[in-house]
Design a protein around this ligand. Structure first.
Ligand code: SAM
Length: 140
């Protein structure tokens, strides 16, 4: 298991212990090694349930346009499966300014963020190169 996944597990285990609000990660966690878009095609076929937290941080290489396009494609592929109330966290993305009073972003979320904003998401936090968006359909 890569170190980052160990860190994720370490972060999840304390939340799972004792609170009574979280299922045990030991029973529910599963790692899938796959192209992310193939993964969403699998999700569409298997319908394992709604996605409550979408974390986009794929691709290592330095082709910025390709990374922006891939994150946008991932957001688009995930959209049908996102829960009515859900979060989307996008890495390697920072505020770049404002257009007509609306914040703009540069980095991997350059295209994914406008895509999600146009579909009912709002930005709740942007710091240290990460942007967190939320959608709560029930809240409007
Ligand atoms: C910038 S790293 C981020 C990894 C992890 N989130 C972290 O913070 O350590 C990008 C990851 O995307 C993976 N990756 C590359 N192409 C991918 C693809 N098409 N689908 C899913 N993951 C991909 C790479 O293997 C690498 O682990």
């Amino acid at each position: 298991m890569p170190p980052s996944q160990n860190a994720l597990l370490a972060a999840l285990y304390p939340m799972g212990c004792g609170s009574g609000r979280w299922p045990s990660p030991a029973r529910t966690e599963k790692y899938v090694h796959s192209d992310s878009l193939d993964f969403f095609r699998w999700w569409a076929e298997e319908e394992p349930g709604p996605i409550h937290l979408l974390y986009l941080d794929s691709l290592d290489y330095h082709d910025h346009a390709a990374r922006e396009a891939h994150h946008s494609a991932e957001a688009e592929a995930a959209l049908p499966f996102l829960a009515a109330r859900c979060l989307a966290l996008i890495d390697d993305t920072s505020p770049s300014g404002e257009v007509d009073g609306a914040p703009t972003f540069g980095g991997d979320g350059l295209r994914a963020i406008p895509f999600l904003l146009e579909r009912g998401f709002r930005i709740v936090w942007a710091e240290a190169g990460q942007v967190l968006l939320e959608r709560d359909v029930a809240a409007g």
